[in-house]
Ligand binder design. Structure first.
Ligand SMILES: [Zn+2]
Length: 237
């Protein structure tokens, strides 16, 4: 964490968020939910000036009802709540395992299979945004194809930021264009898992340029609005 904070400061960032995956994803998830408290403690003990380090989580959507693998008593204490669909997620039930994750593996079999997979992915994503105080939807459509317009409209309704993920070079330009037309605000994220890639935003800044995205729609630009983080959870307290 210290390395990431120092790398972020060195690259001129004013804020960086540590957002480990929720526990229900194989290999990359946290071992247990107490991890987020430990991260908070470690960050509080860091003595680094000129950079604000936030504690967050990237929750996994585990079923068709949009349930997250991070419960309310944990996410209420976080600065940033991200959510998304991920491969190798441990589903909420066998039925959801099939309807949401199983179908995705079979989407190449034909149009009908693909349409059912897209409908399930879209439904789970929209429900996750409607039922949880999410700040950011991560890499919309990556690994799990969604109806981008419908998901973008849900982001607008629920005040959720649409992520441009520079680590995965995702979403593609056409999808970002559709989302912008639906009215989303954007956050550009390096998805850095290592110090080397902290602050690497070239893919996102390239899209800003190519699509002429007005800077006021990119929340993490320099001089952007402060205090959007965790707003919804603070309101709920
Ligand atoms: Zn992710």
């Amino acid at each position: 964490m210290e390395g990431i904070a120092l790398a972020a400061r060195e690259r001129g960032l004013l804020e960086v968020a540590i957002t480990d995956h929720g526990p229900n994803v194989v290999v990359s998830g946290v071992r247990d939910l107490s991890c987020y408290k430990r991260v908070r403690g470690d960050i509080d003990r860091l003595d680094i000036s000129d950079i604000r380090v936030l504690v967050g989580a990237e929750a996994n959507i585990v079923d068709l009802a949009g349930t997250l693998d991070i419960p309310e008593d944990v996410y209420m204490d976080l600065d940033v709540l991200i959510c998304g669909l991920h491969p190798y997620t441990i589903p909420g039930s066998w039925g959801d395992g099939w309807r949401l994750f199983g179908r995705n593996h079979l989407r190449h079999l034909g149009k009908g299979w693909r349409e059912r997979a897209v409908a399930a992915n879209t439904k789970a994503t929209v429900m996750a945004l409607e039922n949880n105080p999410v700040d950011i939807l991560s890499h919309p459509g990556l690994f799990f194809q969604v109806d981008i317009e419908e998901v973008a409209r849900a982001c607008v309704r629920e005040g959720v930021l649409f992520e441009i993920n520079c680590g995965h070079h995702h979403p593609p330009l056409e999808d970002v264009k559709i989302a912008l037309e639906a009215g989303v605000d954007i956050i550009i994220n390096s998805d850095a898992h290592f110090c080397d890639t902290v602050g690497m935003m070239e893919y996102g800044s390239g899209l800003v340029e190519k699509l002429g995205i007005p800077l006021e729609r990119v929340v993490n630009r320099r001089g952007g609005e402060e205090g959007w983080i965790g707003k919804k959870r603070k309101m709920k307290c």
